[in-house]
Design a protein around this ligand. Structure first.
Ligand code: ADP
Ligand code: MG
Length: 401
């Protein structure tokens, strides 16, 4: 990796401002998924073990520059305390005399969590004075918030104008796994794409077109490609304005010898709701008043075959409306298939909130080579964009000679 990380710097006794992404899903004040907290733990443990004075900062939800008691980080601090086995304090605000004082009193190996940085509108505005105030707490800046790296905010980007900036271990793992896909994937390289809309993922498809050997496409986005091939999709989700673009992509893939695998059958339902009447039909016979809600059994076999030889597989986007369990067979099948492929030595990288949720439901996330913690950030990385929260990190000087 061409960025300096926390392993490249002596942090003993130094104050380290660590931007983490603790933006966890919550219901009634309870954390429903603590993956993002756990993902930041290797960096926190490393810094504490090396004797740093650690100041953690995160956003939670969208308070839009106002204090919101429901979006305080206290539940996060409690969860982190349990994981680390030490009491994690949260300040009342990320600015102010009380916080400055708490920072001053930190000893080597101590830890403090600043209150939600988005309680100040200056955070998202990347306000220089706000960034400078945050920077004043520390000697070093560490960005471990990969999930927020596509946003140029004060605590992800602005602060790096005042402090030397290093990648945390999660940031490093994300950059490594995702850049491997783009730069040097073991071949054959297959991308499995699904999810609702083509428009969300079209730039990823575009960027991967001259990198992958096989595309496997399911979910709602497959519908637009089916229509581009001259099929009809009934009442299914369709982005009519994207059909020409889909047709162009199919033509380019064909020209370059990239295999493009689409469903050959589908589960269709009268309504996209729980308990709706549903049946399996061939892709060329989607009934007019029905909607595609999943790939069918013949498609599952075809997708298996298309991925059988792959040594690298990227998966983003469920293959059906998996939130309704009867429409989740295709997605669950893909999750199990990829776990098996990873066990057999293939490099398997999964990104996307809903795809990762599907893996978690099956308890399969741990079997993958890498599960990305980013949603939008992962997609932008795969589009080939330079993420602002990564761009600000110090470059590693190339070794002499
Ligand atoms: P990710 O979060 O993994 O990137 P997306 O957010 O792009 O995935 O897409 C997930 C959504 O796509 C899910 O809510 C799922 O219900 C929906 N979806 C998948 N297949 C279909 C389909 N055939 N029709 C409508 N929606 C679909
Ligand atoms: Mg999603």
């Amino acid at each position: 990796m061409d960025k300096l990380t926390i392993r490249d710097v002596d942090v003993h006794g130094r104050r380290v401002f660590v931007r983490v992404d603790f933006n966890v899903p919550m219901e009634d004040g309870k954390i429903t998924d603590d993956s993002r907290i756990r993902a930041a733990v290797p960096t926190i443990r490393h810094l504490l073990r090396e004797g740093a004075r650690v100041i953690l900062a995160s956003h939670l939800g969208r308070p839009r520059g106002k204090v919101s008691d429901a979006l305080r980080l206290r539940p996060v601090a409690e969860r982190l305390s349990q994981i680390l086995g030490t009491d994690v304090r949260v300040t009342g605000d990320c600015l102010g005399a009380g916080t400055q004082d708490a920072v001053r009193r930190l000893k080597s190996g101590d830890l403090l969590l600043l209150e939600n940085v988005r309680f100040h509108r200056e955070e998202e505005a990347n306000d220089p004075a706000f960034a400078k105030a945050l920077a004043s707490y520390a000697d070093l800046f560490v960005n471990d918030a990969f999930g927020t790296a596509h946003r140029a905010h004060a605590s992800t980007v602005g602060i790096a104008g005042f402090l030397p900036a290093y990648a945390g271990l999660l940031m490093e793992a994300e950059i490594r796994a995702l850049s491997r896909l783009l730069e040097d994937p073991p071949r054959p390289f297959a991308a499995v794409l699904g999810g609702a809309k083509v428009s969300d993922k079209i730039k990823v498809v575009e960027h991967l077109l001259d990198r992958v050997d096989v595309f496997v496409v399911g979910g709602g986005m497959a519908n637009t490609f089916l229509v581009a091939q001259g099929r009809t999709v009934g009442k299914s989700l369709l982005e009519a304005e994207m059909v020409d673009e889909a047709r162009r992509i199919l033509a380019v893939a064909d020209q370059r010898g990239v295999r493009f695998v689409l469903p050959v059958d589908a589960v269709v339902a009268k309504e996209v709701t729980r308990g709706a009447e549903h049946k399996i039909v061939p892709a060329e016979k989607i009934p007019n008043s029905w909607s595609i809600v999943d790939i069918g059994p013949r498609s599952r076999v075809l997708f298996d075959e298309a991925l059988a030889e792959a040594r690298t597989i990227l998966w983003n986007g469920p293959l059906g409306v998996f939130e309704i369990p009867v429409f989740g067979d295709g997605t669950r099948h893909m999750a199990r298939l990829l776990a098996g492929r990873a066990d057999a030595g293939a490099t398997v990288v999964v990104g996307g909130g809903d795809s990762v949720a599907a893996l978690d439901q099956l308890g399969l996330a741990g079997r993958m080579t890498h599960v990305s913690t980013g949603g939008g950030a992962t997609l932008e990385f795969l589009e080939g964009l330079e993420l602002p929260g990564i761009a600000v990190l110090q470059d590693r000087q190339p070794a002499p000679g």
